[in-house]
Design a protein around this ligand. Structure first.
Ligand code: ADP
Ligand code: MG
Length: 694
């Protein structure tokens, strides 16, 4: 249950004075619906009004506060002109300019002959200082009411900055005095203050340095958030580990048969990963392991061998893919191994329906299917195994923690779990999503894989690209042509892809296929199959090919509007070629002019094909928030912590979390109680239910 001390923060913003329904809507859009959301909405800038020049020396472009006498009013001659009020000090004259002004209001606030303190941005207009719409106009007696420094918050349309500022101030006043959940000597060593003090300081920046992630107050708050994240992960993990698993110990006879049927030898990295997984499964605790490897690193074979290990031990296995295409592809890729090992494999996706589905479910429940491959459909309630021992989740980057848990619930006994990710997640991100889950990494690439020659070209060279493609196809090459997908307008993207396919057909003939996300399953599979068999030589695609798809004969990848893709995404797309023996090319077409980040991104891609290097660079260039589209990735979102800047804090938080739970597994000590407040504050409380009660 949420600790009572936090109740005020979970109140809605409309409970704040001055916040009505309209403002509430705007604030919700900008920050969120609750006071909690407001207090963690930290300023992105500041306005410093302490610059108090004389008019003669006032620098253009700066926010300044000046003390002036009002000279006269100059009403506009027509409506496009501003209303002007001329003011002076002993050094010069300034014009205050007001568009769409109400003259009587200006007469009242700036009466001729009065002294006024005026604050706003100084501009020079025809050599003379000017200030359009000052932020403050005060009499000298009231000047003290103007804050010398004001925080600036990220705004959304129509939300007046003063209203947001007021709401945030109001929310901060409601923050209760929090118990200290951090270790006091640790705080002292870092030079950090308590939570309340840090929060206040974070909202009262005095210089640009205070806005940086390295600022002491921000570090303290980020550490709080990261500790909450890591505590939750360690707690969930301890609970799952604590559940006794069952030893799944195969004798290797199925694995050996399957390996013998492979047309290649396993790489060193694959053998190591298989050994680590087998070892883990043999332990009486439940396995929770991450298999990380770049696109094409050969994870699927490793997964299959793990599944066979489960079957050898008398249990069943499940392999879950994020898309229908991928599930079918896994099925096709693994069929030979399954045949060689003489195990029974079946497919279950949303497309299996009726009698066929019923038959599969029956066999599954009776143990006549050893390995089930599928999509989300595996989560359906009516799917039950006779004895599920291992669940492999091919996560790519689509699933979250929630789904992983659901599949674990499918076994009568605790199920071993192996999560595969194709995106080489930077270490820092992997930590936030998986905690210190055991990790097997497939580094390097399978033998025979060649680096892809990557070139960056302006879109104006489309003709050359088509010409190049024509010659390559004449030599028997196959190519992907990717058109970007902008989510807001799937229709337009689709039209663009269709148009591109039509254009290419004009130049290249009928061997141009098309796949896109709106296609129905069978239609899409048919288009893929034609490309795989070589009936079509060019496959125009929206990003559906991003996930999976293995056509080793494809050696050319053209990506249009490459500047619109993220680095990791481009890397994934490029990974679709370079899979066969022939030399591959990736052509990145961009529409200029390129921004600095886009330039850096394309340069990185040209220079390296190491997925882990690319992932780290992506994190650096974009910040964690934008990486991969955090929401669909299942990676946690942070309010305060900035993983690109706070990586070191994350590592410390992980160690801290482990130590805390080793000493106080149920968070019962006074500090433990405070840490429970922390978990609820950062909404990581789902983990609390994993603590033993009582
Ligand atoms: P991932 O799932 O990691 O992206 P896959 O498992 O789909 O990669 O493997 C990509 C391709 O490499 C497949 O065609 C697979 O058959 C092949 N492959 C896997 N392991 C090896 C190996 N040891 N030697 C040669 N080719 C391999
Ligand atoms: Mg794969």
């Amino acid at each position: 249950m949420r600790p009572a001390i936090l109740f005020p923060l979970f109140a809605e913003t409309r409970t704040l004075p001055g916040v009505g329904p309209k403002l509430e809507r705007l604030i919700t859009r900008a920050a969120g619906p609750r006071l909690l959301d407001l207090i963690f909405d930290l300023p992105t800038g500041l306005i410093d009004r302490r610059y108090r020049p004389k008019l003669a020396g006032a620098e253009a472009g700066r926010i300044a506060t000046v003390l002036v006498n009002v000279l006269d009013h100059v009403p506009p001659r027509d409506r496009r002109q501003p209303y002007r009020v001329r003011c002076s000090d002993e050094t010069g004259v300034i014009e205050l300019a007001f568009f769409h002004a109400k003259p009587d209001y200006l007469m009242r606030t700036l009466p001729v002959g009065a002294r006024r303190v005026v604050s706003g941005r100084i501009e020079h207009f025809q050599g003379r200082p000017q200030m359009a719409h000052p932020d403050y106009i005060l009499s000298p007696e009231d000047a003290a009411t103007m804050p010398p420094i004001e925080p600036v918050y990220r705004l959304t349309e129509n939300l007046p900055s003063k209203s947001l500022l007021k709401a945030i101030r109001g929310a901060l006043e409601k923050v209760p005095a929090m118990p200290e959940w951090q270790d006091k000597p640790f705080l002292k060593a870092r030079g950090w203050s308590g939570f309340n003090e840090a929060l206040t300081a974070a909202h009262s920046p005095e210089s640009e340095a205070d806005l940086k992630p390295e600022a002491s107050a921000r570090q303290r708050l980020a550490y709080d958030e990261l500790l909450a994240n890591q505590l939750a992960l360690v707690m969930i993990r301890a609970a799952m580990r604590g559940q006794k698993g069952r030893p799944l110990k195969g004798d290797g006879h199925l694995q050996q048969k399957a390996i013998a049927a492979l047309p290649f030898a396993l790489t060193e990295a694959q053998r190591t990963a298989v050994a680590e997984i087998d070892d883990d499964m043999a332990k009486p605790m439940r396995m929770l392991r991450l298999l990380q490897g770049d696109v094409g690193a050969g994870k699927t074979v490793v997964a299959m061998l793990a599944l066979l290990n489960a079957v050898e031990a008398g249990a069943q296995g499940a392999l879950m893919a994020p898309t229908e295409i991928l599930a079918r592809q896994h099925m096709a890729a693994l069929e030979k191994m399954a045949e060689a090992a003489d195990v029974r494999m079946a497919l279950l996706t949303g497309r299996e329906r009726g009698a066929a589905r019923e038959a599969t479910l029956k066999k599954l429940a009776e143990g006549e299917i050893d390995i089930l491959v599928g999509t989300h459909a595996l989560f359906s309630e009516d799917v039950s195994f006779r004895d599920l021992g291992l669940a492999v989740v091919d996560e790519q980057h689509r699933f979250g923690v929630h789904q992983r848990m659901t599949l674990q619930g499918k076994g009568h006994n605790p199920v071993d779990v192996l999560v595969m990710t194709a995106t080489p997640i930077p270490r820092t991100l992997a930590l936030t999503a998986y905690g210190d889950m055991d990790v097997s990494r497939l580094t390097g690439r399978p033998p025979g894989r060649k680096p892809v020659d990557t070139r960056v070209l302006p879109a104006e060279r489309l003709d050359d690209v088509v010409e190049h493609l024509k010659r390559a196809i004449a030599r028997g090459a196959r190519a992907y042509w990717v058109c970007p997908l902008v989510e807001e307008s799937e229709k337009i993207d689709l039209a663009a892809a269709e148009e591109r396919a039509a254009m290419l057909r004009q130049f290249l003939g009928e061997g141009v296929g098309l796949v896109h996300g709106r296609m129905k399953g069978p239609e899409r599979d048919a288009a893929m199959a034609k490309f795989k068999s070589g009936e079509t030589q060019v496959l125009v695609a929206t990003t559906v090919i991003e996930v999976g798809v293995d056509v080793p004969e494809a050696t050319i990848m053209v990506i249009e509007h490459a500047e619109r893709f993220g680095l990791a995404q481009l890397h994934q797309l490029r990974g679709r070629v370079g899979r066969g023996q022939a030399k591959s090319t990736c052509l990145l077409l961009y529409h200029g002019p390129l921004g600095e980040t886009a330039k850096a991104r394309l340069k990185t891609l040209r220079e390296t094909d190491d997925g882990f290097v690319i992932a780290e660079e992506d994190l650096r260039l974009r910040g964690a928030g934008e990486l991969l589209g955090v929401r669909q990735s299942g990676l946690p979102e942070f309010r305060v912590a900035d993983l690109a800047a706070h990586g070191e804090l994350l590592a410390a938080a992980r160690d801290d979390a482990k130590l805390i739970l080793a000493r106080d597994p149920n968070l019962r000590s006074p500090r433990g109680e405070a840490l429970r407040v922390l978990l609820y504050l950062f909404e990581r409380d789902e983990a609390v239910r994993y603590l033993r009660t009582g």
